[in-house]
Design a protein. Sequence first.
Length: 144
Amino acid sequence: MAKATSSTPYLRTKVLTASPGELMVILHNAAISYCDRARQKMLSQEFDESCDLIVRAEDVLMELTSGLRREVYPELVENLARLYEFVFHRLFECNCSRDPQKLTEVTDVLTVLRDTWVQVNRKEMDVESTQTPPSGSAGLELSA
């Protein structure tokens, strides 16, 4: 069970009011944070804690994957699904081998994906300010 913090109400509001693209950034940031923290725990030989954090990152990856709408932009979504699958398997390998370098690789991939979503959101905001917003958000649908 996740421990409650003073930021929980803020985060809940942020998530509930976020656009699909903003949710993608939030989820990627969460996965990156879990990986960074897991790497630190691994380096300090706190393997139980690092394992828990890696599992949380895997949970985020499963959410990202389950939110993909393959009927919209099928080729793009399939490539994104493969990237998420690669990251998930790399996390699994890292948990088995206790290799912090694999966490660095995962964080690098997730950071590029997150930065891409930041750019998509900026472009979408530019489009919205000049015309009617496009339907959907790059083939993604996140449910509550």
